[in-house]
Design a protein around this ligand. Structure first.
Ligand SMILES: Nc1ncnc2c1ncn2[C@@H]1O[C@H](COP(=O)(O)OP(=O)(O)OP(=O)(O)O)[C@@H](O)[C@H]1O
Length: 353
């Protein structure tokens, strides 16, 4: 089921939280709303579910207007951060709930419940109560409960936030497997960029009630269109620069402490922009490197992180950049060392200031 949101406005009392938002989510897509706390992700998800009314605009499922339909008529399954299981019901009864609510009885209910629990690896725990389950098991029950009714749309609000790091990765995989198997249109809310990048077909990065950029994980990471997106998804060095056209479709970006050639990825023109340099795209060496643009820098500090080392570099006149090195000897540069910073023009992207 495709979801189309047209010019949506949502208010809480006098406060407008979402204003004029439009968005299309194709059928079968795993769509993630990614953004910091308070940007309106949960509000948008709850409006799609029908728990929060739209003050303006339209919401359509496969072209049918559902803006005024109550949640139970929208064919949605929902999974919450805090599981929201019924504590006084067994696992079987929790999973059977949606089927019973739809008037289903008898053997078909037990068969569907058993199959759903089996699918999430909990076939043996149907008689337990939620209190006797771990957090990961509870979230699997919640997932089985949401999917057993074969909803047309699956809505998930930070379902992994209460789990420890290892479990989060396991359940991430369970969720994406089940989603792909059922080809179910899914809207997933998170503030965790790794979750968004690893699970989604499309990501919508939210900022103050609006979607700032939509794209595949690769698009969002490699070609952020704003400083906000560049900074929120991955980390980014951002340098305000004055620009001059240069050869080969490049621009010369002068950021005060130095000048580099960079790739112009702006939608518009003008002589100002923001140079985005991903920490992992920067090269460090003792001597200047061929085929790169070389700038002198000093290592301020370094953080050894096992598989990589993060360096804070001083380029003079108060300008600091972060570079991240991987591979053998990545921790070789000591604080205080003068180094050469190598930048590839193709990896330095200029976006609108
Ligand atoms: N029931 C409510 N009544 C009034 N204001 C609300 C209500 N729920 C949310 N808000 C406000 O709406 C804005 C968006 O909140 P929302 O919960 O949608 O953000 P979020 O991005 O999901 O954040 P989080 O990740 O912290 O859940 C916030 O400013 C919040 O304070």
């Amino acid at each position: 089921m495709g979801i189309s949101i047209e010019d949506l406005t949502v208010t809480y009392g006098k406060e407008t939280v979402i204003s004029g938002l439009s968005l299309n989510i194709p059928e079968g897509c795993f769509f993630t709303l990614l953004g910091p706390s308070g940007c309106g992700k949960t509000t948008l998800l709850r409006t799609i579910a029908g728990f929060v009314p739209a003050a303006g605009g339209r919401l359509k499922f496969n072209g049918t207007d559902v803006t005024r339909l109550p949640p139970h008529k929208r064919a949605i399954g929902m999974v919450f951060q805090d599981y929201a299981l019924f504590p006084d019901k067994t696992v079987n009864q929790n999973v059977a709930y949606g089927l019973h609510a739809r008037g289903e009885r008898g053997d078909s209910v037990s068969r569907k419940v058993a199959a759903a629990l089996e699918r999430v690896g909990l076939g043996h725990l149907g008689d337990r109560h939620p209190a006797a389950l771990s957090g990961g098991q509870r979230q699997r029950v919640a997932l089985a409960r949401a999917l057993v009714i074969k909803p047309a749309v699956l809505l998930m609000d930070e379902p992994l936030s209460n789990l420890d790091a290892k479990l989060r990765i396991q359940i991430r995989e369970t969720i994406t497997e089940l989603q792909r198997e059922a080809n179910i249109t899914t809207v997933f809310v998170t503030h965790d960029q790794e979750e968004a990048l690893s699970m989604s077909d499309l990501i919508g990065v939210m900022n103050r009630g609006a979607i700032e950029q939509i794209g595949t994980p690769q698009d969002i990471y490699a070609t952020p269109r704003t400083g906000y997106v560049a900074d929120f998804v991955g980390s980014a060095n951002r340098l305000a620069a004055r620009l001059r056209p240069a050869a080969d479709g490049l621009v010369e970006a002068d950021f005060g402490q130095g000048r580099i050639l960079a790739t112009d990825a702006r939608q518009g023109t003008g002589d100002e922009g923001l140079v985005i340099l991903r920490p992992e795209s920067l090269h460090l060496s003792l001597a200047p490197q061929a085929n790169l643009q070389n700038l002198p820098a000093t290592v301020r500090s370094r953080q050894y992180l096992g598989s990589k080392t993060s360096y804070r570099l001083d380029l003079g006149k108060g300008l600091e950049l972060v570079a991240e090195l991987h591979g053998p000897g990545h921790d070789a540069f000591h604080p205080g060392t003068p180094v050469n910073l190598g930048i590839d023009a193709a990896q330095a992207r200029v976006i609108a200031a």
